[in-house]
Design a protein around this ligand. Structure first.
Ligand code: C2E
Ligand code: CA
Ligand code: CA
Length: 732
């Protein structure tokens, strides 16, 4: 259509729409022409079939085209969806409106005339238009105008992009990730989505020692590695600082997720090169999966955070899946922390002392001071439960101060050649006033400095600051002895041993436990530590010796002292004073002849589903491929059952051997490692499935799968006899 024709049809359109008396004069059209020429307005027209019939020449030129490229092409092929959130679907909208012949009111479209999608001439227009009828009322096409809004639109898009992405790494930011997660969880109920939370280990040190620009560079490299690993199966984001998050829609297989997390841990701990210098960091990961571990985005993020927290606590460089037990443990921890604050004041804490005996003379050389909490309702609570809780806050400082005071007071009443060893947690050790505190406590109690030992673990070196070295020096000058506790379990750098003036190394229980079993490499490790300690003129202690064969082995391998139930459990101050009052105290080794493996096996409650009956059973042993259970009688070999491991974990199994009260199960699909020390199922029962069965919609709890329980109104009598399983006494 030429301009002349356009003018004519435009006039006609005015004529048909406006009152007949208003006649458009030619001057009106020269104004239109002028508007086109100064480039502030664009006019367009389509024909009956929706093809472009007219387009202002300037507009055609601005698109880098010739009239022939555009005229006659379908309008919807040239005016397209602009691809951004605010005009999503408007091109579809456009096609629909053109078909239904409604008015177009300020639609933003991407005008992309080129065949290649992003041709040079791509512009964004805001278009208006109305259907045009001739005098007979027949539809003749659209007539409309447009404004070029390309610059404005691009600027808006850039602002939108910046609010969604992290400037440093180019990854999605917290806002984008949480919007996406909420979108995924709301769009299709029950759709699975995994969330990984990452926190870098030792990033702060790099930042502090190499400077912030190096820290930034490191974060960029971390982002690149993460993107390369995750590819297009998910979206990586940075939440800020050294925290990253990975969103993995439609992922629920914990086997696959564990593998990915393992690869991430491994890849991120490879050395980095930053301006020619090397940096080493690691990462901890927490994983939660919707809908199992959280129905809403907030709940899922909370779960992943909790798993991350646990993975950091358990030792860095790990991944950890969220389980309902974690939340329960966290809640119990919070309550215990409050109670522990009061426990100190109300005298619920006390110290007991375990002898360290020379196995050659059976005489005691030292006592390790161990804290006990006698809770008024819960009874004795182990320090391995409450010390980690106290370490999360400054409470550990109070507890540590009290323990040191109490131990020194008690030890001052013992014979002069005996020492007391007090455990000091890293947090307390790193306090600036630590040496002063030790000096004043010694003074108050009257205990000689040479009678006091402090036990620290390798974790005191992790901060890697000079202050640690100074503390060691000051304590050494006081004349006290230092002991390296739990040697071999942590970062185990031999460098640590040389860095501080240790008088003693304690070989961790895990090297002693089961060390007499054939094929075990622990005896070799014990020998190596003893030799090393000898070279550095340090004393060695074998911890946790229980059985006679273990005692024989550690003695033969040269341990100077032995601590363990084989000589004595920890004793109260009264017991110790009474013993010393009797005269010379010679210990006698007593214990089982050999270490028993079965102490290691688990013993916990689980459920077994057969036909429509649910049985309570005891899980006696669990491996990747099978389990041994107790609590049922008369279960024939070959029976198909479903084992309920709790937390929505159902395992299809077959009975492969059976005695009167115990059965062996083989799993149809093997379990997978939970990344820590146990096993778990790849898949779980969806909370949405439970909701269909009448349960309230909620993330999975720790216990049995509830719908299985409910639907077990026994239609048929149970096939098996339920024995009454009670945990065997004396097993951990
Ligand atoms: P630890 O320093 O490794 O202490 C040795 C632990 O092994 C003690 O557990 C002791 O009772 C136990 N044990 C000793 N012999 C045997 C044995 O033959 N077999 C077995 N299975 N265990 C044995 P406990 O008293 O439960 O203390 C646990 C941990 O709590 C300690 O480990 C220590 O890390 C921490 N802890 C205890 N008291 C204090 C304290 O006053 N301050 C601090 N910061 N930590 C403490
Ligand atoms: Ca200790
Ligand atoms: Ca220890």
């Amino acid at each position: 259509m030429s301009f002349e024709n356009f003018r004519k049809s435009f006039r006609d359109s005015l004529g048909s729409k406006a009152s007949k008396s208003v006649s458009a004069r030619d001057s009106d059209f020269s104004i239109i022409r002028e508007i086109e020429e100064v480039g502030v307005g664009i006019f367009w027209a389509s024909d009956i079939d929706g093809s472009i019939a007219y387009l202002s020449e300037n507009a055609i030129a601005s698109l880098g085209c010739e009239s022939a490229d555009l005229l006659g092409r379908p309008l919807v092929e040239v005016f397209r969806d602009c691809g951004s959130a605010e005009c999503k679907g408007e091109s579809r909208n456009l096609a629909f409106r053109l078909q239904s012949r409604t008015t177009l009111d300020n639609l933003i479209v991407k005008v992309a005339p080129g065949q290649g999608a992003e041709a040079r001439g791509t512009r964004y227009w805001r278009i208006c238009g109305a259907p045009f009828m001739n005098e007979e009322g027949d539809f003749k096409g659209y007539r409309g105008n447009a404004t070029d809004v390309t610059e404005e639109f691009r600027a808006q898009k850039e602002i939108a992009r910046q609010s969604q992405y992290d400037e440093l790494t180019g990854l999605a930011n917290r806002r984008r990730l949480s919007e996406r997660l909420a979108g995924i969880l709301q769009s299709f109920k029950g759709r699975s989505c995994a969330l990984m939370m990452l926190d870098l280990d030792r990033f702060k040190q790099v930042n502090d020692t190499m400077g912030h620009p190096a820290g930034d560079e490191l974060l960029k490299q971390v982002a690149d590695r993460l993107k390369a690993l995750v590819k297009d199966i998910g979206e990586v984001g940075r939440l800020g600082g050294d925290e990253f998050q990975i969103l993995l829609p439609d992922f629920e297989d914990r086997g696959e997720l564990g593998e990915l997390a393992g690869r991430i841990v491994q890849m991120l701990s490879q050395p980095y090169s930053i301006n020619g210098r090397r940096a080493n960091i690691g990462t901890s990961i927490g994983i939660a999966i919707a809908p199992f571990d959280g129905i809403t985005a907030t709940e899922l993020i909370g779960s992943a955070d909790m798993a991350l927290y646990r993975s950091k606590e358990d030792g860095r460089g790990l991944y950890r899946f969220y389980t309902a037990e974690l939340r329960d443990a966290a809640n119990i921890g919070l309550r215990l922390e409050e109670e522990l604050r009061d426990a100190l004041e109300s005298g619920e804490l006390n110290m007991i002392y375990q002898p360290l005996v020379d196995p050659r003379t059976n005489r005691v050389k030292c006592f390790e001071a161990l804290m006990r909490w006698n809770h008024p309702q819960k009874g004795a609570i182990s320090p391995s439960v409450f010390i980690p809780i106290a370490e999360r806050s400054d409470l550990i400082l109070k507890l540590g101060e009290w323990a040191l005071e109490q131990a020194c007071q008690d030890a001052a009443q013992w014979p002069d050649h005996l020492r007391v060893a007090v455990n000091v947690s890293a947090k307390q050790f790193l306090q600036a006033n630590m040496p002063k505190l030790v000096a004043s406590t010694l003074k108050r109690s009257g205990l000689a400095p040479s009678q006091l030992e402090l036990e620290v673990t390798e974790s005191v070196f992790v901060g890697g600051v000079d202050a640690v070295d100074q503390t060691f020096e000051k304590l050494d000058r006081l004349g006290i002895r230092l002991a390296m506790d739990d040697f071999g379990t942590g970062y185990s750098s031999l460098g640590y041993l040389k860095r501080a003036p240790f008088a003693k190394i304690k070989i961790d229980q895990s090297f002693v436990r089961g060390c007499t079993e054939s094929g075990d490499s622990n005896p070799a490790i014990i020998s190596a530590v003893v030799a090393l300690a000898g070279a550095l003129q340090m004393e060695t202690v074998a911890e946790g010796v229980e059985a006679m064969d273990e005692l024989a082995l550690v003695t033969e391998r040269g341990a100077d002292l032995v601590q363990g139930y084989v000589y004595s459990h920890p004793l109260s101050q009264d017991e110790i004073l009474a013993k010393f009052a009797e005269g010379e105290w010679i210990f006698k080794a007593e214990g089982p002849p050999r270490y028993r493996t079965d102490r290691m096996s688990i013993y916990r409650r689980a459920g077994l589903i057969h036909e429509d009956h649910y049985y309570d059973i005891m899980l006696r042993n669990l491996s990747k491929t099978g389990a041994r259970i107790e609590g049922l009688a008369n279960v024939p070999v070959g029976t198909e059952v479903v084992l309920d491991l709790g937390g929505g974990q159902l395992v299809v199994s077959e009975i492969i051997h059976s005695t009167e009260s115990s059965q062996g199960l083989q799993f149809e699909t093997p379990l997978i490692s939970d990344g820590y020390s146990g096993f778990m199922t790849r898949h779980r029962v969806s909370p949405y499935l439970l909701a269909e069965a009448g349960m309230p919609l909620a993330a999975l709890g720790a216990g049995n799968t509830p719908f299985v329980r409910q639907s077990t109104q026994p239609q048929r009598p149970p096939k098996f006899i339920q024995l009454n399983p009670t945990p065997r006494a004396g097993i951990n």
